[in-house]
Design a protein. Structure first.
Length: 281
């Protein structure tokens, strides 16, 4: 297959490149201000386009950084779809990233769950809308709503693991907030699954079937590592450091992968403890 990936240099992009190493994988950088003809040539006849582009959501959300978050997602996706319009042999499928931040905080949700109204939800809605424009030119679109991605050597776990190994780990805020997460191996397998199953389109939650509280996650990590987990970070401290961006760490996202499971996909790591033990191995 010919697979084109935006954001190919990131943690998820790297895992996908390794998985599809026996295929033709092309990493592209989308610049909204540049000539789209070169991008169109890369897209010509692609079996799949995987759109991972986007600045890191973890950080302090100044108004300037909010504009960066928006442009790196919506504007680049718009440019990607615009380039597809000039392609003679259109890509068979566009798999475009979104996030569980689209859902209302604290409410259980499958793909038809209640959507939120905060900045993160609005960002995800606009991001998905741009990707779905590709349907108008006959390209199948699958939206991947990522939970927190855990794996070895990158992603959220790379930031969390060292403090826990040093016995300096602890819950974030009250610890009551629910974390919807996915192991990188299951994420990659789900991407391959959506490419392979040509009847599947629409939104898919890329989250393990068993979300858990931050406090429970902290307990499991301490238990497996045999380290204390007393160093909780107070909620006011998280908000002081990250401002509005603290919502990424403090809001509850209780999200279930109903669409993937109904389609027949099975998770290798449905439970966090098994996933964490595998990452340590």
């Amino acid at each position: 297959m010919k697979i084109v990936i935006t954001g190919a240099s990131g943690f998820v992009g790297g895992a996908l490149r390794r998985h599809f190493k026996d295929h033709e994988v092309i990493g592209v950088s989308v610049r909204t201000s540049s000539d789209l003809s070169q991008l169109a040539r890369a897209l010509e006849g692609a079996d799949a386009v995987i759109n991972l582009a986007g600045a890191s959501i973890l950080g302090r959300w100044s108004e300037a950084y909010k504009r960066t978050l928006y442009a790196s997602r919506i504007d680049t996706t718009s440019a990607l779809v615009a380039a597809m319009k000039s392609v003679h042999v259109k890509p068979k499928v566009l798999l475009s990233t979104s996030a569980t931040g689209i859902y209302e905080s604290g409410v259980e949700a499958d793909e038809n769950g209640k959507l939120g109204s905060d900045f993160l939800a609005a960002l995800a809605k606009d991001w998905e809308a741009e990707a779905l424009e590709a349907q108008k030119i006959g390209v199948r679109v699958a939206i991947m709503r990522f939970g927190v991605v855990y794996g070895q050597g990158g992603g959220a776990m790379a930031k969390m693991l060292l403090p826990f190994k040093l016995g300096l780990g602890g819950k974030m805020g009250s610890g009551a907030q629910t974390v919807s997460w996915i192991h990188i191996d299951d994420l990659v397998r789900a991407v391959a699954y959506l490419i392979e199953h040509e009847t599947l389109s629409g939104a898919f939650n890329f989250t393990a079937p068993h979300p858990l509280s931050n406090a429970e996650q902290t307990r499991i990590m301490g238990e497996v590592l045999r380290r204390p987990t007393f160093f909780a970070v107070p909620e006011f401290m998280v908000k002081l450091i990250f401002g509005e961006g603290a919502s990424v760490m403090l809001d509850s996202k209780i999200v279930y992968p109903k669409a993937l499971e109904i389609s027949g996909f099975t998770f290798a790591y449905p439970h966090f403890k098994d996933a964490f033990e595998q990452i340590l191995r």
